[in-house]
Design a binder for this molecule. Sequence first.
Ligand SMILES: Nc1nc2c(ncn2[C@@H]2O[C@H](COP(=O)(O)OP(=O)(O)O)[C@@H](O)[C@H]2O)c(=O)[nH]1
Ligand SMILES: [Mg+2]
Length: 622
Amino acid sequence: MRRSLMAESSTPPPPSPEQTPIVVPENLVTVLRTERHRFETMGARYAVHASRLAELEKRLMEGRFHLAVLGQVKRGKSTLLNALLGEDILPSAVVPLTAIPTFIRYGAERTLRVRYNDSRPDTVVEDELMQCSEDKIQPASHHSGIRWLQEHLTLYVTEEENPENQKGVREVEITLPAPILRDVVLIDTPGIGSVYRHNTEGTLNFLPQCDAALFLVSADPPITEVEVAFLREIKDRVARLFFVLNKVDYLTGDEKETALAFFRTVLNSVASIDPGQHIFAVSAKKGLLAKEANDTRLWDESGLQEVSDHLILFLASEKNRVLREAIGKKVFNVFCDAELQTHLNIRALELPLSELESRLSLFDKKIAEVEQQRLHAQDILLGDRKRVYDTIEMYVKDLRIPLKDRLSKIAEDAMAASPHTPEKAAQDAVAGTIPGWFEHELGSITAMADREMTVRLREQGKRAETLIESVRKGAAELFEIPYHAPSGEEVYHLVRKPYWVDHEWESTFSPVSSAMMERLLPGPLRQSRAKNRMKHQIDILVMRNLENLRYETLQSIDAAFLQYSSTLDANLRLTIDATHGAVRAAMERRKEHAGETAERLARLYQVAGELREVLQLFGKAG
Ligand SMILES: Nc1nc2c(ncn2[C@@H]2O[C@H](COP(=O)(O)OP(=O)(O)O)[C@@H](O)[C@H]2O)c(=O)[nH]1
Ligand SMILES: [Mg+2]
């Protein structure tokens, strides 16, 4: 499975009227890390909370805003990224490979990771030079460290060092300690408008997975037709577009204004795009020089400050905020669970034994009911999956006839145009059409599957959250514990890490047995045989490729459903374990080691106090 769909729920229950919303602390990552370490020292019962926090931290990092930089080759994409990063790390003035994006993420160290198309393990390169000199970074070693990483990168992403991607690279990821990466994952993409239509389609399918894209043209030459055609295609596929006119250092002040106005006009009139405030004129080259020379005047001149301010402002106000809020709520839930568990533990040590036993048996009943409801929810989910499946199957089935007709028409036209080599001409025409057509369909079908799943999984998320909540609430009521219901409006999203897919669609006819006898046939008969043969070949190609399309899509739907339902199940289990499991375990232990009870109680009170403080960080007095 190459395309990864990942669903996640973050659906707290509906807020009750007396609830005040939580405040996600500014330093969420620090809180996450500190508390995770604390849970790790608190014994086996708190290990699960530690691992939930670790998981959330990972998601917070992975879920960061993805910004792709697009444009034709040589417009200055890599130079612009280098300038924003403040390091000359991406190779510039090279021919990039058509299907390999470079992801640039935050990391304390400079590293390079290469992922392959097959199951080969990733190649990981760590910048030893930088690491061993970390305590005393000298300019010389700093620069050689960067160059060293750039040289390695060149080995994988350039046509020159890796012609036609012989190394089978799927994507490259580098990590750097550049400040801008704290908010965003930057993606250097190969150039658009290549001669191969399906490579452009690859870019188009990649875009919906990104949160925004920055489209770069250069002042010299002005925007081209290929760029305009590409803009028309992308404008509805990416959530937010920024426009940058690069290389304005070639122009005088007046010329720059004229070029910018021209860019605006073209966007408006030819591509029907109103760039509004999201358009800039820069010199990436100056920007990079400025960063390297630490020259603030030159940096201002380069125009890049405006771009980075604009990006950061935008990032701060949209997805990152939503993600932080969603993760913040989950983190808050972990603390609520830990607190509930601690209080339940205290009650299990304080209540008279007989009382404890009778309440626990009521709790057993409650859990049995929840178990029933869980099974019911799973049935609903299976039904949902089937409905999404059916939609896809139907869609793919309906593609067959029109596609066959279209390819036949293309083949017939080609045959008519080349009477001397009709079969070869038909074959080439069909082969030239298939990859682009299927990449495009894959894009549409994936978008459709995403929409279908989002609706259904959202409902499922609500059901699961209600169940979890009923366990927590049931426990709190049974054992008379003050209780924080996690607050906040529902947040649900289908999370997908951008993924560049370079499919292999079958596009050539299978070899025809050399028809020696056929040459003896009269002309018209020969032609009609050739035509039939071609129709048959088209049938086969359509069938096989549609089957691949169908299989690929259903696989990713399956993976998403499986991932989603196992996450929900795991969450419910964790809650049951943190409540019912905790009380039962505490009771057993109390019976076996009556002597330790006082000491354990003291420790639990201390933990409860600590957790109260953490909950206060979220604006909850407890
Ligand atoms: N004059 C000038 N040249 C630039 C500027 N930005 C990039 N270049 C040059 O344009 C060429 C292509 O740049 P590169 O970043 O590799 O473009 P990419 O193919 O879009 O990644 C290189 O020779 C750069 O030095 C700029 O702002 N001004
Ligand atoms: Mg480049």
